[in-house]
Write a protein that binds this ligand. Sequence first.
Ligand code: ADP
Length: 581
Amino acid sequence: MAEAGINDARNGSAQDEQATTDGFHLVIDALKLNDIDTIFGLVGIPITDLARLAQAQGMRFIGFRHEQNAGNAAAVAGYMTKKPGICLTVSAPGFLNGLTALANATTNCFPMILISGSSEREIVDLQQGDYEEMDQLNAAKPYAKAAYRVLHAEDIGIGVARAIRAALSGRPGGVYLDLPAKLLAQTIDAAKGRESLVKVVDAAPRQIPAPDAVKRALDVIRNAKRPLILLGKGAAYAQADAQIRELVEKSGVPYLPMSMAKGLLPDTHAQSASAARSYVLAEADAVVLIGARLNWLLAHGKGKTWGAPVSKRFVQIDIAPTEIDSNVAIEAPLIGDIGSCVEALVAGLGDEFPQPDADWLDAIAQRKNANLAKMAATLDKNPSPMNFHSALRAIRDVLKTRPDINVVNEGANTLDYARSIIDMAQPRKRFDSGTWGIMGIGMGFAIGAAVTSGTQVVAIEGDSAFGFSGMELETICRYNLPVCTIVFNNNGVYRGTDVNPTGGADVAPTVFVKGARYDRMIEAFGGIGHHVTTPEELTQALLEAIASGQPTLINAVIDETAGTESGRLTNLNPQSAAMKK
Ligand code: ADP
């Protein structure tokens, strides 16, 4: 009766008219029952018919050229919607390709479910050499928040429900769901199948912080002279925008957004301390962390960055209790969902919001203004060839007029510079290399953001970063998505000027083909390519792309000597220092 799935996939007939149903239908029914309407994936044995059926039953199936990109699209969809993004892959190699994205989703606390078909259990477990044989469940476990396998059709409803709840509840993350080929073909009585489905109720329950924990946090905040609020992407994910704004604005406390929290409040907000980042991190006496981890992106909360040897008083709001004290002692942990925790702080402060010392605010304002003036002078320059700054000025000026546009950003220097130069004015509009600082999320995130929002995406890509997912230009063109990809082309990783010290025929490890025409890649698929060498041409091309909403790639040629090794992570690259000796 595997045929049932296949035939229905082709003619889209309703299963209700049948006496039996099968694994194919039950998977789709279970997803639809839980309001999941899109699958990102790549077809092949044994899940092609599952994708066909999904489409026939009214779901959107977005087919990719590589599973990692499909997984990244699913992850970003999960982050934007607070519903798990679904990635569907074939067995073994397809699963492993998707696993990178699943691990990245888990690391970033994005809710996602990787569903992979798998080969026959009996053969896999005896290692008898099946087509694409692999023990996928166990391979997934270390990289996922949870991993489940369903063996019986009547358990599909429960399996999907468990996967959804695991992805969304508490700290969100990536979940693996293993569906053996045999399961998809299993048939059961249709009525029994319907009854086996589960609609998940309250998948991410509110978690109200304990009153004594709120009191402890309020004590720290009330006694601070130089307070700082630090907003992470957990705060953006939580969609507690109004509560966060109220806390920030009523308290008058300066705040710093982590990169994906940019836009939670507009970057032009008077209380944003982004342009005085080093100063506020070093000098604040109390820091309220809201959905941000003290990992490498925040120098682990210690050392010179944080003004050592003077230690800070920390309040940390997080849904995961084990995050507390992960790097430094947290005086006031506030465990709960961000909306409830921030609400409790606002209520606790009542009408007596203590205002920070005027000296503190003045000192921040001075530094901020000085740094902004310095940056403005750098951005005003018009070097030839164009460099990161003059190209980003052009992009910034266009994006300023369209705060609704989604921005994807990856690269080394391209990421570092764009993060500080491109202001965001709306929440959850910026998607980047995230917690791992990885390359390769570009086209997957861009497609995920375009499909989920239905609105324009601008992907600002280093030429090296773009290479990891560039083939998805075909996907962008196939679905006619409003994605404009801007490749910062400086002929190499970091820059294009390294030479092979032996004088041999091979180019240096960091060098690409000189003068590559990335714009012609998209033309091969019917998209629009632009080749630009000046900020004016870049502005024009970007305006055209946005006005048309057509798939576009702008090959932005920048100075090949521009760019530093690993961008701002040069310190994590010890070999390069050693080799220069
Ligand atoms: P950033 O990289 O922007 O600093 P992180 O990814 O390091 O942000 O931190 C996000 C944090 O937010 C995680 O520790 C996660 O547990 C937490 N988090 C995610 N969603 C919620 C939520 N709804 N309520 C509370 N905390 C959350």
